[in-house]
Design a protein around this ligand. Structure first.
Ligand SMILES: Cc1ncc(COP(=O)(O)O)c(C=O)c1O
Length: 381
């Protein structure tokens, strides 16, 4: 049975071209980038080329890009070092951030280092810019705003340019978790007033365990991971050379075909909305189904069903990979904090399907078939 992979917000298939680009650095080019011999020098050059490429694609300066072990480390770096080095005493954020942000803020607050202020979100997960402005206005202490560009469970997009402008106006630092949007939307960092963004290669057909943090050149922090002088003294530890090369290749590829891929993936999402709405009475969706949300994510709210808890299992048996909420919460019995925050009804069953350019309409037909069968076989109360 062929796997139908519809869990691309959790992680993505690594493109064959990316694997190709990485292979030499797993085989013959094994030098340590900090070594002064030629073998080491070649891997150092590869890292710098990758940095240059990433910076070019995001319209940043190479000195503003620092490779990390992924999005979680990038988020932690921005939040923790803002407190330790920039004198931040207040962090304003949303209740629907990824745990990499949410749990870090809770941990900083628990230590008594900051006061956390959580913005309200509406039923779609959108913040209210007026509320943000009024909270920013009241702050007397150094403040960091941490708001994700797009939510990983329901896909809702935030206007990060406007948020960045507000932060600038009220002299607050701004961090945005862009893990779900780097590689999926054009991001022009000259045009967005932001101090930090976080990205992760495995969300755009690159390898796992590698990402980067963008640190605006005017924002000066110390390393989160202390050690050697790697990453220009910003992140200790021997670099994941193959991963970094793979990240840059994946980002380059994704931006090469962005327009057509966006169009195609959006059409898959619309098709899924249309087909499910046709076959399942009272079909609803969590978050927006239009351009106010990621074109890669569709969070379905299936009507109450006695076997609702078994949906993912039934899909899995049919070879279909999807998530309940996010990948992080789907394996545990802890409910989604995102669905709770938007007030999603607890008697309905949320399944997140997330798409990539490697999906087809025929695969979606299979999902619709499985779900139709589930709803037609059992009498719904
Ligand atoms: C919005 C968001 N932030 C952060 C992360 C964490 O990234 P990583 O898996 O690279 O640590 C994820 C991954 O699921 C994510 O979706």
């Amino acid at each position: 049975m062929k796997t139908i992979y519809l869990d691309n917000a959790a992680t993505t298939f690594v493109s064959p071209e990316v694997v190709e680009a990485m292979l030499p650095y797993l085989k013959e080019e094994y030098g340590n980038p900090s070594s002064i011999h030629q073998l080491g020098n070649r891997t150092r050059v590869a890292i710098e080329q990758a940095r240059k490429k990433v910076a070019e694609l995001l319209n940043a300066h190479p000195s503003e890009i620092f490779f990390t072990s992924g999005g979680t480390e990038a988020d932690n770096t921005a939040l923790v070092q803002s407190v330790l080095d920039l004198g931040v005493k207040v962090i304003i954020s949303t209740p629907i951030e990824h745990h990499a942000v949410e749990h870090t803020i809770h941990s900083l607050e628990k230590r008594g280092w900051i006061k956390a202020v959580w913005l309200s979100v509406n039923q779609y997960g959108q913040i209210d810019l007026d509320e943000l402005e009024s909270i920013l206005k009241q702050q007397k202490e150094k403040t960091l705003v941490s708001i994700m560009h797009a939510n990983n469970e329901i896909g809702t997009l935030n206007p990060i340019k406007r948020i960045g402008e507000l932060c600038k106006e009220y002299n607050a630092y701004f961090h945005s978790d862009t893990v779900q949007t780097v590689g999926h939307f054009k991001i022009d960092l000259q045009n967005i007033p932001v101090d930090f963004i976080a990205a992760s290669a495995h969300k755009f057909h690159g390898p796992k365990g590698v990402g980067f943090i963008y640190i605006n050149r005017n924002t000066k922090i110390n390393p989160f991971i202390n050690g050697g002088a790697q990453e220009r003294n910003m992140r200790g530890g021997t670099e994941n050379v193959a991963g970094i090369v793979g990240l840059a290749k994946a980002l380059e590829l994704t931006y090469q075909h962005l327009e057509e891929d966006m169009k195609f993936i959006s059409s898959l999402k619309s098709y899924m909305v249309q087909r499910l709405s046709e076959v399942i009475p009272d079909m609803q969706f969590n978050g927006y189904t239009n351009e106010k949300a990621l074109y890669t994510v569709l969070n379905c709210s299936f009507p109450p069903h006695p076997q609702g808890m078994m949906f993912l299992y039934k899909l899995d048996i049919a070879g279909i990979c999807a998530s309940a909420g996010s990948a992080c919460s789907s394996g545990s019995n802890v409910g989604s904090h995102v669905l709770k925050a938007i007030g999603a009804p607890s008697d309905r069953h949320a399944i997140r399907f997330s798409f990539s350019k490697y999906n087809t309409k025929e695969e979606l037909d299979k999902v619709v078939e499985v779900m139709t069968e589930i709803y037609s076989n059992v009498k719904v109360s």
